[in-house]
Design a protein around this ligand. Structure first.
Ligand SMILES: Nc1ncnc2c1ncn2[C@@H]1O[C@H](COP(=O)(O)OP(=O)(O)OP(=O)(O)O)[C@@H](O)[C@H]1O
Ligand SMILES: [Mg+2]
Length: 270
């Protein structure tokens, strides 16, 4: 225990230090309690300085986050704007081609221009559905195919009961860069099936254990001639399909449909 001399006690009672901890402490007091108070005051000052620094850096981080949010919003607006322009541009080209088709006297040229107009319109549809799903760099491809097929059957099958266009298989999330050409491939194959077959058309998305995954379009129509070569046809459709399959690094398999009837086109992807 600390025994104080009279002189020490007098010196202790004489002075106080204002501010700091708010505790009273005479200046130059040699008592242990007073030195502890001095030490705490020093610590407190340090903590207050650190707190001030932390508040400052927190404020600048908040400002940075705000800036980032604004940038993301601006980018979102810009990408929506450019998507909108792309759709308008495709619509305009499709209309111009259709107009030119009606203006030409040559029936063969008119038919080709109509086909070209339809292809551009299909590309527009592919982009519109992608836009509606609102995924920037990937897409749930089965849901996407369902929307596309709904459109195609409303347009080309006219609700005829003996004609069915069904999407089967499992959902698969794929990169948009692959989804766009693959949707175009599907659309060409479905259009062919609508044109050349009569009954049910099945679009199937499935995993192939050990072989990646596959998209197939199967119909129960007359099927393809023996030795069918997609590169040697007169039409443009199979050439577009072959070239897009190559572009996405896939492989095209052509076979008979279910029960040896009709045609089956399969795009195999790793
Ligand atoms: N699902 C199918 N069933 C039967 N035959 C088919 C089928 N798909 C394609 N074919 C045959 O393959 C040919 C080539 O198809 P392709 O899509 O290249 O040309 P197209 O459909 O005749 O013309 P385009 O696609 O340029 O409008 C067709 O003309 C048709 O004889
Ligand atoms: Mg075709």
């Amino acid at each position: 225990m600390n025994i104080l001399s009279r002189a020490q006690l007098a010196a202790h009672r004489k002075g106080t230090t204002p501010g700091g901890t708010g505790l009273h402490k005479p200046a130059n007091c040699g008592l242990a309690t007073c030195s502890a108070i001095t030490m705490h005051e020093r610590e407190l000052k340090k903590h207050r300085a650190t707190e001030a620094k932390l508040r400052k850096s927190l404020a600048s981080e908040h400002a940075l986050l705000r800036q980032q949010d604004e940038l993301i919003q601006r980018q979102d607006v810009l990408s929506k704007e450019s998507e909108h322009r792309l759709l308008n541009g495709l619509q305009l080209i499709a209309s111009l081609l259709a107009l030119q088709s009606r203006a030409t006297a040559n029936p063969e040229a008119a038919a080709q221009l109509t086909i070209a107009a339809n292809r551009v319109a299909t590309l527009g549809r592919i982009h519109r559905h992608l836009h509606a799903l609102d995924h920037a760099d990937s897409v749930d491809f089965k849901s996407y195919l369902e929307k596309l097929c709904h459109d195609l059957s409303e347009m080309a099958l006219n609700g005829s009961p003996e004609r069915v266009l069904a999407v089967e298989g499992s959902e698969r999330r794929i990169a948009t860069v692959t989804a766009i050409p693959l949707a175009f491939i599907a659309s060409e194959l479905i259009t062919n099936a609508i044109k050349y077959a009569k009954g049910r058309i099945t679009v199937r998305l499935e995993s192939r254990p050990g072989q990646g995954w596959a998209l197939s379009v199967v119909d129960d129509g007359p099927g393809l001639p023996e030795g069918f070569d997609p590169a040697a046809t007169h039409g443009l459709g199979m050439k577009i399909v072959s070239s897009l399959v190559r572009q996405i690094g896939g492989r095209l398999q052509i076979a008979r449909g279910d029960d040896g009837k009709g045609a089956r086109f399969t795009v195999l992807l790793a």
